[in-house]
Design a protein around this ligand. Structure first.
Ligand code: C5P
Length: 397
């Protein structure tokens, strides 16, 4: 991933989740980020500095009196020129020290002396997290402009279950990365449809398609990091929705239409990425249909066109459609754009795009065709969000 985050100080405090910081350090380095690790004394009881030195290729700092930096003032020099400080895991004790503005070890002093954004990812026993003192400290940190990532809910190392787990390393990287992305859609509400729909034939069988949902989820991800509020109406997929989206799971096209209609009046953008089934089965059987030797005939009726419905409302949101075509890509997609009355239609080759990780796109709008060369779907979604923002602003100016 090409990320605008180039240099990071990774602070590690004392907690069982410190072992996950090793995986995080590795992930950050793999994404081209220069990582400087600073550990508290307690953190070194859980994982040794040698591990982080090997993973980051840089010496690890643990001691406020460490004189290895040029001026011997590690608490100041280590953050200069750095894009951000992330403390992960952040223990209850460290949050308390931070909230009080203490400078009683290298990491705490460095957080106080920094001139860049500070992120903390708390990890602790659920009772420690819920304790009024911790909650008071976290509220104070938020008020001071510290960005708090998590904690997540789930099973804990102590055997209890609740809020207090460290956010997983890939999500931490996503949250950091998103902070530094341009806020093209700040203040806007985007509604995204994604994935296939499933039209039941009987209790266990149905008609669907090979859409993975990746492009729709990537659009939701890119819109979120561009500052939008996102509602994601999704057909059945195997994907994890991006953190921060309001997710409405649906199965059939009719359900997708109802979910869209429930919120469409409140949205600024409608981005229809879902591969909606063109037909549904009239009178699906509630029981599993028994096999026999006869020909089985299914009666199919056309599904509502969700995008065309939304675009034909008296005051529609800014509508974006996707057209997967097997031939005459640009011509057919442009016809679809006109027929559905949408300002932007995104054309892609059905064989190349459906179910795959990468795709090339052609953006069709009133100005003509804009070609986006082949790239992974999140990269394409970011380019597309920028284009959508430009058209949206021109339209509402
Ligand atoms: O007509 P076609 O299905 O190719 O159009 C694709 C575009 O229309 C996509 O944006 C898709 O999400 C949307 N669509 C829809 N409801 C349908 C069929 C397509 O919203 N029933």
């Amino acid at each position: 991933m090409e990320t605008p985050l180039k240099r990071l100080v990774l602070g590690i405090t004392g907690g069982v989740a410190a072992y996950k910081a090793a995986e995080l350090a590795r992930l950050l380095v793999r994404n081209g980020i220069e990582v400087q690790v600073v550990m508290t004394a307690a953190a070194t009881r859980f994982v040794g500095p040698a591990t982080f030195q090997a993973l980051t290729g840089r010496p690890v700092y643990t001691d406020a009196w460490d004189a290895r930096t040029p001026q011997g003032m590690a608490h100041i020099e280590l953050t200069r020129g750095t894009d951000a400080v992330l403390v992960a895991p952040a223990s209850a004790d460290f949050l308390a020290r931070l909230a009080q503005g203490r400078a009683d070890d290298l990491l705490a002093s460095l957080c106080l002396a920094r001139d860049c954004p500070l992120f903390v990812a708390p990890a602790m026993n659920r009772q420690m997290w819920l304790h009024p003192a911790t909650q008071r400290n976290v509220a104070q940190l938020r008020a001071d402009g510290v960005i708090v990532l998590g904690p997540a809910e789930g099973e804990q190392a102590c055997g209890e279950t609740g809020f207090g787990r460290l956010i997983e390393p890939p999500q931490l990287l996503d949250a950091l990365d998103a902070h530094f992305r341009p806020k093209w859609l700040q203040g806007l509400h985007a509604l995204v449809t994604a994935g296939p729909t499933y039209e039941a034939i009987d209790a266990v069988r149905g008609i669907t398609n090979r859409s993975s949902g990746r492009m729709g989820y990537a659009m939701a991800h890119a819109a979120l990091e561009a500052g939008a509020r996102v509602t994601l109406v999704t057909g059945p997929t195997c994907l994890t929705p991006p953190a921060g989206a309001r997710v409405v799971p649906v199965v059939s096209a009719q359900q997708m239409l109802e979910a869209v209609e429930a919120v469409v009046d409140t949205v600024d953008l409608f981005i229809a990425v879902a591969a909606v089934a063109d037909y549904y089965v009239l009178n699906p059987s509630e029981m599993k249909i028994k096999k026999d030797a006869h020909i089985l005939t299914l009666e199919l009726a056309p599904n509502p066109d969700i995008l065309a419905n939304v675009a034909s409302r008296p005051q529609p949101p800014f509508c974006v459609g996707f057209a997967a075509e097997s031939e005459n890509l640009e011509e057919y997609a442009e016809l679809k754009r006109r027929r559905k009355h949408v300002p932007l239609m995104v054309a892609n080759d059905a064989a190349e795009a459906i179910g795959s990780e990468e795709t090339s796109l052609v953006l069709l709008d009133d100005e003509g065709a804009h070609r986006l060369p082949r790239a992974d779907k999140l990269t394409q979604a970011r380019r597309l969000v920028e284009h959508i923002a430009r058209l949206y602003k021109a339209q509402t100016a």
